[in-house]
Design a protein around this ligand. Structure first.
Ligand SMILES: Nc1nc2c(ncn2[C@@H]2O[C@H](COP(=O)(O)OP(=O)(O)OP(=O)(O)O)[C@@H](O)[C@H]2O)c(=O)[nH]1
Ligand SMILES: [Mg+2]
Length: 336
């Protein structure tokens, strides 16, 4: 299934049913009074965050969505049936905007959260309601109120606490597999991951946190190189970034190069993203030549920075516990 994170749809709430013009007819009562019932309400268009939904795939082709109209009022004071609501289930993290004004109508951040985006029209009143002392037999009734037409822009920005970034093939998906029950594809080639994956990390220090694994970034990503920066939107809402580096691929001549490339692409895309707290982690430390390269990295790092970085083997699940504890501390410190 394709990962769709943007869609434009048109929704329409139901029209209210028309009120009825009718007069009582009974045997032996020649002139009955008005008894036209009111029309029913039009159905609302309601959106709801459903954790079962992962993408906006459902809305790729299905673009015109309407609630049902209210039923007409009837004689004998019968009110028309209310039109059925239209319920749209969207993945949590979807932002809903009015496509014309760009205004945010709602942001579905909580599971099961609901919002009415277009209200159904009221039903028209039947002629019975218009009877007065001077007009005992009104021959008119109200039409129903029309429903609302609205074009909505849907944008999915996944909700995760931690974003996993790095060059392709550094072991991001291997790491999320080691930490959570997520089982993304792992491959010894760049761009194995084509769409974001979420994993829930359980740990003994408190509430679980959610990690997002996204496709790797390369130089020029902000201009569309590789898979570009299109998936960075899914880590915009994270509080902390884990920047994973393949220790075996470090260039001993310029050990910080890869690290800097990724950060350059981040800030060219979005300064806010680049400003998030970032934990730097060297991976694949089980590979013999990686250790030596990690030492070169450490020397270059110490010349420029006074904070720490970690060394792990995601494949061997070595150092991952320390990584989780460091992330928990950062999450505790970082406010959204
Ligand atoms: N030796 C060793 N290999 C690792 C380690 N972690 C990952 N790998 C290998 O590195 C390769 C890439 O791993 P992935 O997890 O697919 O890397 P990725 O960063 O998700 O790659 P993309 O999705 O393509 O950006 C695979 O062959 C992994 O088995 C590690 O700790 N040690
Ligand atoms: Mg991957």
């Amino acid at each position: 299934m394709k990962f769709i994170d943007e869609a434009t749809i048109t929704v329409r709430s139901g029209d209210g049913g028309r009120g009825c013009v009718s007069f009582r007819r009974e045997k032996f009562v020649p002139k009955g009074g008005p008894d036209g019932g009111d029309g029913g309400r039009g159905g609302d268009v309601i959106i709801k965050a459903s954790p079962r939904k992962r993408t906006l795939y459902d809305f790729r082709y299905q673009r015109n969505l309407a609630a049902k109209n209210g039923g007409y009022g009837q004689g004998a004071q019968k009110t028309g049936k209310d039109g059925e609501d239209l319920l749209l289930e969207l993945p949590p993290g979807t932002i809903i905007r009015n496509a014309e004004t760009g205004e945010v109508i709602t942001d579905l951040t909580q599971p099961e959260q609901r919002a009415v985006v277009a209200q159904g029209g009221r039903g028209g009143q039947g002629n019975r309601r218009f009877m007065t002392s001077t007009n005992r037999a009104p021959r008119f009734a109200q039409p129903g109120e029309p429903g609302q037409h609205l074009t909505l822009q849907l944008e999915l920005k996944l909700l995760a606490d931690v974003g996993l970034i790095g060059l392709p093939n550094v072991g991001k998906s291997t790491l999320i597999s080691a930490l959570s029950s997520a089982r993304p594809k792992i491959g010894d080639y760049p761009f194995t991951t084509l769409t974001p994956n979420l994993g829930v990390v359980k740990h003994p220090w408190g509430e679980p946190f959610v990690v997002a694994d996204i496709p790797g970034l390369i130089q020029g990503a902000h201009q569309g190189a590789g898979l570009g920066t299109q998936f960075l939107r899914h880590i915009e809402r994270t509080r902390v970034l884990v920047h994973l580096i393949d220790a075996a691929a470090i260039d001993p001549e310029d050990p910080l190069e890869g690290y800097k490339t990724v950060n350059r692409e981040l800030s060219l895309h979005d300064k806010k993203l680049a400003g998030k707290p970032q934990l730097v982690v060297l991976n694949k430390i089980d590979i013999p030549e990686a250790r030596e390269k990690a030492d070169r990295f450490a020397e270059a790092w110490a010349e420029e920075r006074d904070d720490d970085f970690l060394q792990i083997s995601a494949r061997g699940a070595e150092g991952t516990e320390k990584l989780v504890s460091a992330v928990v501390q950062m999450l505790d410190k970082a406010a959204l």
